[in-house]
Each structure stands twice: as C-alpha cells, then as structure tokens.
Design a protein around this ligand. Sequence first.
Ligand code: ATP
Length: 344
Amino acid sequence: MIEIKQVNKVFYQGKRAINALSDINLSIAEGAIYGVIGSSGAGKSTLIRCVNLLERPTNGQVVVDGTDLNTLSNHDLTLARRKIGMIFQHFNLLSSRTVFDNVGLPLELAGTDKKAIKAKVDSLLELVGLGDKKDTYPANLSGGQKQRVAIARALASDPKVLLCDEATSALDPATTQSILDLLRKINQEFNLTILLITHEMAVVKSICSDVAIIGDGKLVEQGAVGDIFAHPKTALAREFIRSTLDLSIPADYQARLSHAKTATTHPLVRLEFTGASVDAPIISQVAREFHLDISILSSNMDYVGGIKFGLMLAEFFGTPSATEQAIAFLKENKIDVEVLGYVA
Ligand SMILES: Nc1ncnc2c1ncn2[C@@H]1O[C@H](COP(=O)(O)OP(=O)(O)OP(=O)(O)O)[C@@H](O)[C@H]1O
C-alpha cells in the first residue's frame, strides 16, 4: 500500500547540509500496522511527512496505493491526500469549532452536502465513543478525547492510509492504551493501513505487525515485530527492546551491594533472556543441578511473537564453585549473565 523507494531528504541550514533521511526503502502492506521507531532527531517526523508530501523528498519515490505522489499536479495531490489521513501528537484541532465541526471540516472542504456530513460525522463520533460530545469545544476535552476527535476527523474522507505522528506521546499510559485499542479496531474494521512513528517500543509491541528502526536518518533494521524481538540484529534494536524492560536496583538494596566477594557474601546476578536463549525452565533446573537457592529480587519477563524474553535480578545462594558453574551453564544456554555485586 505504501512504497518508499530510495528516499533521501537533505535540509540546509545556511551552507550546512543535514541528511535527515538517507536511502530509505520501506514496503508497507495493505492492512498492516507498521511502526517506525527511532530516538529524537532520527528522522521519524521527516519520514512520515514524506508519505503525504508535507515534506518533499530530495530524491526517491513515495508510492501510495499505486500512485507515485511526486508525479501529481497540485490538484491531484490534494485529491490523493484525502485518502491519507493523519493524526498528530498535539491533536491539531481547531479550538473555535465544536467537536462536530472539527470532524466535519474535511467534508465541508470537499464540498459534501450538509445532510451527508451529518450522517457521516454522527457515525464517526459513535465509532470513537464521543457520541455525546458533538457540541463540546476542544478546550473542554481530555487529551484522549481530543485524539479521538482527531481520529474521527482523519477518517471522515474514508482514507486508505492513516499516518500517526507520535499520536500517544502526550497521553498517560491508560489513555495511550485506549487510543491504541481504537487504532487496532479501525485497522480491522476498515482494513486501514496504519503507519505510526514513535520513540516508544511499548507502542510498537502493543499494536504493530511490523517495525522499522531508524537511527541518524538511516534504516537500521526492519521486520515482523515478533522476529525483531526474538532476534534483534543490531545494538539499536536491542536498546529499544531493553527500554521496554528496564529493571533498576532499589536504592536501599544498592547501598548493601559491594564489589567484595568473600566467604559470607553471595552474588546479585542480572539475567537477560533474549530470542537466542534456550527455551526451558532454566531457573529451576539451575537450582536443582547446582544445589543453589535462588531468590528473585525483581523480574520483567514478556512474551512476543512466540518468544519469551526479559530481565531478572536474582541472588544466588550456594558455594562459590557451584555459583560459578551455574553461571557458566546459563551462558551456555544463551542467557546473558552479569554479576552486579555481592551482598552480605
Ligand atoms: N525543516 C528543517 N530544517 C532543518 N533541519 C531539519 C528540519 N526538519 C528536521 N530537521 C533535522 O532533520 C533531522 C531529523 O529530524 P526529525 O524531526 O525528522 O527527527 P525525529 O526522529 O522526528 O525527532 P523528534 O522525535 O525529536 O521529532 C534532525 O537533525 C533535525 O534537526
């Protein structure tokens, strides 16, 4: 549905060239929910804005539903853009218009008659759960409700593609989840292709079928979300996956941790399970085979695409040689092990 072919975008600040996008190639299938993740300044906004030519690529092609947008006249581009809806981090609603009039705006601009606008807007407001808010002004809505209005407005022209530019970044976690649920619902109900950009791997994990990771304007890695979580190939991918799992050591516990390994101290161990780790009940196996007692301090395990992965902090109680053998066994089973220190 969306083909991004060899796209480059160079900005100039005075004589200085900024390569915001370098040789990006992406193919997004009809009906996919495709996530593009990257850190601040990676080029995400530039990329998504190239898909509806809000930003013209310096070179390369953007083909949406079979049409190369760069070849269109201004008039035809306006028509093509009606089939590409967009929502934004800060909603971009018109404050002087009611909810109803915000959602109806694209239809008014397209010259649709009033009766048809009313029928369409009423059904969209029901769809997004705001049937009772049509006469309300944006200032009197919560962030989540504003994004629902923006989604209804984006759907007014029956788009084939919805672009989401950090659509949940201004929302709290529960509201984020409800907006992601709504996006999944409209994806399924209308077979709408969704391209979203985010800096949060949790968003990708929650709804995306596929993901591309960009860093410094370049495409670093792409694939099915389950495959990327299971077998990340690059450090950047691993970093984003880890960001969904971070475990920190409580401050009072940290104060008890020392580097001194003595006969009376035992190690605090950080275990990282990835797609490469052997899938077995390894903790109980280690405890049994090496006569260790294992006390889990904290753990954040997850399951994506048929793979268990995550982090665990655990204290190992046993003889020094048993502990060493256990750690070697875990490593053989492709679990990353790091001794963080010793506790008395
Ligand atoms: N209009 C512009 N003029 C000059 N440089 C720009 C312009 N827009 C973006 N850039 C630069 O291009 C690079 C990519 O910016 P972009 O906004 O696409 O990144 P991003 O991944 O969306 O980051 P963020 O999440 O912080 O918005 C940055 O170095 C940015 O400074």
